[in-house]
Design a protein around this ligand. Structure first.
Ligand SMILES: C=C(O[C@@H]1C=C(C(=O)O)C=C[C@H]1O)C(=O)O
Length: 248
């Protein structure tokens, strides 16, 4: 059988999943690449992979998609790695720079701007001065490891999963294991077992993962990132897609 091609997120939040994939027999059956979330999505859209841990917002660009796992990258309230960093209060932001590595959180920011804060700053994509603009009223969306330790560096910091919970009362799903074609059940079962193995062995993962003084990686991978794709998180996923479709 041909190997199943998989693209997974290259951030720390995916390390428990990788630990599972790399320490179980599924490893011989897959061709695994690690990419930033936007590239994971593009590879699945271009059919360069069969399965991706992709930003859920990107499902809107797929003619066919199937959720192939009981696990995801989610949160329930603050996630601690998806922010708008700003020098002024959100109500005064004039320009919002989007994160080139994100798809879900850029859309989540847009959904919140419209439905939660009721503001419409100009959205900047691929800004030359992304994340380093000195302009007082230019803020930026940022996700993943690049946000670690930045929380205290800006006067106004908004955790987007926390704001989503304020808006909807729901948890949030950033990324899910999605296939662009039907995948045999037997492989899906093996994938779930493998991912669960990684989650169950987070204590072993921590022994090989570099820790940081400015960010609590253990708390992040045990409490902040919520991995099970629960009914509530599925509900949030589909509600989020509806909010995206209603933008503009
Ligand atoms: C919580 C996170 O979730 C992520 C956010 C994503 C996005 O915004 O498109 C995609 C994948 C996840 O890695 C994070 O990266 O910090």
């Amino acid at each position: 059988m041909d190997k199943i091609k998989i693209s997974a997120v290259s951030y720390t939040n995916t390390k428990p999943f990788l630990y599972g994939l790399q320490h179980t027999a599924i490893l011989d059956k897959i061709d695994l690449s690690l990419d930033n979330p936007s590239d994971c999505a593009q590879k699945l859209i271009d059919n360069r992979v069969d399965i991706g841990l992709i930003p859920v917002a990107a499902t809107l660009d797929l003619p066919e998609w199937h959720i192939v796992s009981d696990y995801c990258i989610g949160a329930d309230g603050a996630v601690d790695s998806v922010f708008i960093f700003s020098n002024c209060d959100i109500s005064k932001v004039k320009y919002l720079q989007m994160d080139p590595q994100s798809r879900s959180s850029n859309y989540l920011a847009r959904v919140l701007l419209k439905n939660h804060w009721g503001i419409s700053p100009l959205q900047l994509v691929n800004a030359d001065d992304y994340s380093v603009s000195k302009d007082e009223q230019t803020a930026f969306v940022q996700i993943g490891d690049r946000t670690f330790g930045k929380r205290d560096k800006y006067p106004f910091v908004y955790d987007l999963a926390e704001e989503w919970k304020r808006l909807t009362g729901l948890p949030f799903t950033f990324a899910a294991w999605i296939a662009n074609k039907p995948i045999p059940d037997i492989f899906i079962d093996e994938l779930n077992i493998s991912l669960k193995y990684g989650l169950d062995h987070r204590a072993d993962l921590f022994k090989e993962l570099p820790m940081r003084d400015d960010f609590d990686i253990k708390d992040y991978l045990i409490n902040k990132i919520q991995y099970p794709l629960t009914e509530d998180r599925k509900k949030a996923l589909f509600l989020f897609l509806e909010y995206i479709k209603a933008l503009n």
